[in-house]
Structure formats: structure tokens, C-alpha cells
Design a protein. Structure first.
Lengths: 284, 293
């Protein structure tokens, strides 16, 4: 006769499945040692500088211009990636054409291709004598070694985020709603702008935010095409690397903190828009 | 009017659905999307291979006669051989704890596991410099005890583990959550030990999802540049991984060699994409979220 244990309050809900203690403990240990402790080190270093110290770094002209370039160019690139990403997602889910699956697989190329490889490939394509750089130069646009090059690299790495966040939602749209709209006399344009697009806007915004955040932090695919001219085409992550190589850990930590802060505020804004959309329309 | 009555005019079997665009608009949109992807995504990939072979096969092979290239390849394989299995074990443990049990704070835990994805690669490397660098928190202790972490294998492995940390867990957690605990409970009631149930019930259920995540994790581990670049110290023949070796060759204007070595990584990316697509097409139902395309 086994004595039935008295029910007691436990951290986890009781279950017959074994192994919670060891798997949970191992998870927390790895997470703590590899992710949380090192990130805490950054927080400690940044708080050691204090707000005035961080402000001092942020207002340094070279740092300020690098931050402006990183965030400004990334915003434009994420916008372009969102527009074309939406178009690509729409075409891939709505239309059937030969080679569609191949095109769909190609969207993930920037996820799979190492950033340094993408970087040197983009640099050679858009160099003034490159395959795409030469025709652009004839049009009077110098792509490589200018912010235009940074923009191109950021569109490259941001595109899959824009496509993959919108794609599943387009696939889920109930076609009958569109048919109803058409039957009620709406033109296709009205159906698209009034019925199809509004529910997709939050997903497009999420894709924009992901592409934007990725672009701001990106390093490998940008530094080869950017030319890295201070005040012109120098990005914030490169400035972190430069500060670290000069053993200016405080300066590097300050730039990283500012970058994380602005990225956090952007994501917060997007989340607020989504929360508003959920209240207003009843969906995300 | 005449063409309507000509025999060439065959009314299409299916009337154009009202819930779609006209054939002309469709063709234009497909054209724009495909051209855009070809220019922005596919052309860079082709450029890697054309540049690598631009001076012929002999010049391509010359890039691999250098001992530094081989030491970079060896280092990259070593780092992946440590980082990927580590993340597999972590991913299995984390998904087991999170998917099979109910406890408070679960979504916070998932968010924390995802954290490395939202950190810039450069910052991912920097946090280890802040800890283990000569001016870092543990820097002087490490120097006193003769332990080398930064600018050596341990630092490179740590940075790689950090950037690939969420890959396996974030694929397996939703997959295991979809599958629930009924099958494991049945196995346990029938007398299987916990480990036996895991090996014969859980593992076969998640094998394609696990393979999928290992593919992506490995591609990132071998190709990581920013984080590794910060912690490696760029010591030729010692702490250069393949991507760092590519950078050095490129900055020395040794373009053919740079692209030749880069073509190894591009080939790895292609293989990864092909296998990933095959998994998505054949085993969509056995991947997280039923990734059907």
C-alpha cells in the first residue's frame, strides 16, 4: 500500500513525465552563463559610465554621425525591404508560376549565406567597375563606398524578415471575404486597399521592425561595400569594433547601450501600434 | 471583334475569379518580384562563384595551397563541432522542460532564450571582451592564472555558441508543444523508463525538426563573422576562421583567393538551403508550425 502524498503547492504543475529538475536546471545554467551573465557585464560597464558618460560618447561628432547613418539608412532600407517583401510574399502565396518553389527557397538566401561572403560579393558587384556598379556609375550614382552601398547591403539582409513575417498571414486570408467584397460591387483596388491590406499592416510593421533592427546591428555584409569613411559611411557597429581594438571598452559599451536603447524604443513603439491595432480591429 | 469568332479564341475553362488580379497585373507583379530577387539575392551568390573562377581553375586551387587556408578550415570545423552539439543538448533540455511541463514564467524564459537573436553580432562578441579582455571584469584574474579565453579557441566557441544559442530550442519548443505529452505518458504507463521513453518516443517524433534546426545552426556557426571577428584577434593561421580568412584575403586585394575560400561557404549555404527546402516540402507536418510553402 503506497501512501498517497499530500497535495502541496509546487513550482510546476505535477506530471508523470520525469526529468523536469535536470532539464530545467541545465537550461537555466546554460542561459545564465552564456547569455545573461555576459549581457549583465555590459549593463555593469554602461552603468559605470553613468548617463552623463554615455551622453558624452553619444554627442561625440564621429559617434553621432555613425549612429545617424546606421539608424537612418536602416530605416530607409527596411522601408524598401518591407514594400518589396510584401510584393514577393503576395506573389509567392497568391500566384502559381513555374519556378515558384525555387524563388521561395531563394528568399532565405541571406539567412544562409555568411555575412562576410555576402559582403565581398556585394562590394565586387557594386564597385565602380562592377557588374551593377558600372551602369549605376553611368547614371551618376556611386553605390560602393557610400551610404547607397550600406543601403543595398541592409536591403539584402532585411528582405527575408519582411517576406517571412507577412507570407503566412497572406496565406491565411479567407478568399470568401474578397469575393463578398467584389460581389457587393467593390472594384479590385477598393477590395485590396479596404479589405485585404488593413489586417496585414501589423505584420508588415513587424517585418519592418525586424529588418530595421537587423540592419542597425549588421556588420559583416556592410563593411566591405561601405568604404567606412568616418562621418560619411561609417556604421555604429564598426565604431564599436574600432573602440574595442583601441581598448576603449567604456566607449564601446556606451555605443552598444545607445544602439540597444534606440532599438528597444523602436520595438516598443511597434508593439504599442500592434496593441492599438488589436484593440481597434480585434486582431494583430 | 473578329478575333472573338476566330477559332484561336478559346474561352478559358475557369472564369477569372473576382478575388484575384487580372492576368496582366499578375504577370507584371511576378516579373517585378522575380527580377528584384534575382538582382538583390541571386546575383551576389553567382558573383561569388564567377569571381572565384575568374582566373581559371588553377588560380582557384592555389587559394587552398596556403597552409593558412587549411588552418582556417580546421578551426571552423572544430568550432562548429563544439558549438552545434552543445546547442543540440541545450535545445533538447530547454524544449523538454518548457514543452512538457507547466510552470510560471515560461514565456519570460522563452524570450530570454531568444535574446541572442536581437543582439548585434558585434555586441555579441563585445560582451565577452568586456568579461575576459585584459581590461575586462575577469581580465586580470585570467592573466594571473595563465588562462587564455579571448583571442583563442574558447572565446571563438563562446561567441559562436551565443549567436547560435536559440536555433535548436526555438524550433523544438513549438514542435514539442504541438505534440503534447500523451505519447510519453502512454510509454511511461506501459513501464518504459524516462530515458527509454525519450529515446523511443520523443526523439523519433522530433527528428526532422531537430535535423532542420541543426542545419540552420551549423550554417550560422560556420559562417558567423561579426561576433567571432571581435573575439578572435585575427592571428593568421591560429585564430582565423574561414570568414575571417576571407576578410584578410579580400583586404590584401587577393580577390581570387578571397572568393575561392568564400565559395566554400557559399556552397555550404546552398547545400543548407536545398536540404532545408527538401525538409519543408517532404516533412512539413513534422516541423514546427507545419512550415508548408
Amino acid at each position: 500500500m503506497v501512501e498517497t502524498p499530500r497535495p502541496r503547492r509546487t513550482f510546476r504543475r505535477p506530471s508523470v513525465i520525469p526529468g523536469f529538475g535536470i532539464s530545467f536546471g541545465y537550461t537555466l545554467t546554460c542561459l545564465g552563463l552564456i547569455v545573461l551573465l555576459p549581457l549583465a557585464g555590459l549593463v555593469v560597464k554602461a552603468s559605470g559610465l553613468g548617463l552623463s558618460g554615455i551622453w558624452e560618447v553619444a554627442t561625440d561628432p564621429r559617434v553621432a554621425s555613425a549612429l545617424r547613418i546606421s539608424f537612418g539608412v536602416s530605416a530607409v532600407a527596411a522601408l524598401v525591404a518591407s514594400v518589396f517583401g510584401f510584393l514577393v510574399a503576395w506573389v509567392l502565396t497568391r500566384y502559381r508560376f513555374p519556378g515558384r518553389k525555387l524563388v521561395d527557397a531563394a528568399v532565405d538566401l541571406p539567412f544562409a549565406l555568411p555575412t562576410a561572403v555576402a559582403g565581398i560579393a556585394l562590394a565586387s558587384l557594386y564597385a565602380p567597375d562592377g557588374l551593377l556598379g558600372a551602369p549605376l556609375a553611368r547614371l551618376g550614382i556611386q553605390a560602393a563606398y557610400t551610404p547607397v552601398g550600406i543601403f543595398i547591403a541592409m536591403v539584402f539582409i532585411g528582405l527575408p524578415f519582411a517576406v517571412r513575417t507577412v507570407q503566412p498571414l497572406i496565406a491565411e486570408i479567407d478568399r470568401e471575404i474578397e469575393e463578398a467584397s467584389a460581389t457587393l460591387g467593390a472594384t479590385r483596388r477598393v477590395t485590396l486597399t479596404r479589405v485585404v491590406l488593413p489586417p496585414l499592416i501589423p505584420a508588415v510593421l513587424t517585418g519592418f521592425a525586424l529588418a530595421f533592427a537587423r540592419g542597425v546591428g549588421e556588420y559583416g555584409s556592410i563593411i566591405f561595400i561601405a568604404g567606412n569613411l568616418p562621418y560619411v559611411s561609417e556604421i555604429a557597429p564598426l565604431l564599436i569594433v574600432i573602440k574595442l581594438s583601441e581598448f576603449d571598452y567604456g566607449g564601446a559599451a556606451a555605443i552598444a547601450t545607445i544602439m540597444l536603447g534606440i532599438s528597444f524604443l523602436t520595438l516598443l513603439a511597434i508593439n504599442l501600434i500592434q496593441a492599438w491595432s488589436r484593440r481597434r480591429f480585434g486582431y494583430v | 471583334m473578329s478575333e472573338i469568332f476566330s477559332p484561336a479564341f478559346v474561352p478559358s475553362a475557369k472564369p477569372a475569379p473576382v478575388a484575384s488580379e487580372g492576368a496582366g497585373t499578375r504577370a507584371v507583379l511576378i516579373g517585378i518580384a522575380v527580377t528584384f530577387l534575382a538582382l538583390f539575392l541571386v546575383l551576389p551568390l553567382i558573383a561569388v562563384f564567377t569571381q572565384a573562377f575568374s582566373k581559371g581553375i588553377a588560380a582557384f586551387l592555389d587559394a587552398f595551397r596556403e597552409p593558412d587556408a587549411w588552418s582556417a578550415i580546421r578551426l571552423t570545423l572544430t568550432v562548429a563541432a563544439i558549438a552545434v552539439p552543445f546547442n543540440v543538448v541545450f535545445g533538447l533540455a530547454a524544449s523538454w522542460a518548457i514543452a512538457k511541463f507547466e510552470f510560471p514564467g515560461k514565456s519570460l524564459l522563452i524570450t530570454l532564450i531568444d535574446l541572442p537573436f536581437s543582439v548585434s553580432p558585434v555586441v555579441s562578441g563585445m560582451i565577452y571582451v568586456l568579461l575576459f579582455g585584459s581590461q575586462g571584469l575577469f581580465g586580470s584574474w585570467l592573466i594571473d592564472h595563465g588562462v587564455q579565453i579571448l583571442f583563442a579557441l574558447p572565446g571563438i566557441v563562446l561567441a559562436t555558441v551565443f549567436v547560435t544559442f536559440p536555433f535548436v530550442a526555438r524550433e523544438l519548443i513549438p514542435l514539442m508543444q504541438e505534440q503534447g505529452t500523451a505519447e510519453e505518458e502512454a510509454a511511461l504507463t506501459l513501464g518504459a523508463s524516462g530515458l527509454h521513453a525519450f529515446r523511443t518516443v520523443t526523439l523519433p517524433n522530433i527528428r526532422w525538426g531537430l535535423l532542420y534546426s541543426v542545419l540552420l545552426c551549423n550554417a550560422r556557426a560556420m559562417g558567423e563573422f561579426g561576433a567571432v571577428s571581435v573575439v578572435s584577434g585575427h592571428i593568421r593561421g591560429l585564430t582565423n576562421t574561414i570568414p575571417l580568412h576571407v576578410e584578410i584575403l579580400y583586404n590584401e586585394y587577393n580577390f581570387v583567393a578571397a572568393f575561392a575560400v568564400a565559395s566554400l561557404l557559399a556552397a555550404l549555404a546552398l547545400i543548407t538551403l536545398v536540404l532545408k527546402s527538401v525538409l519543408e516540402w517532404r516533412f512539413a507536418g513534422e516541423l514546427a508550425g507545419g512550415r508548408a510553402h
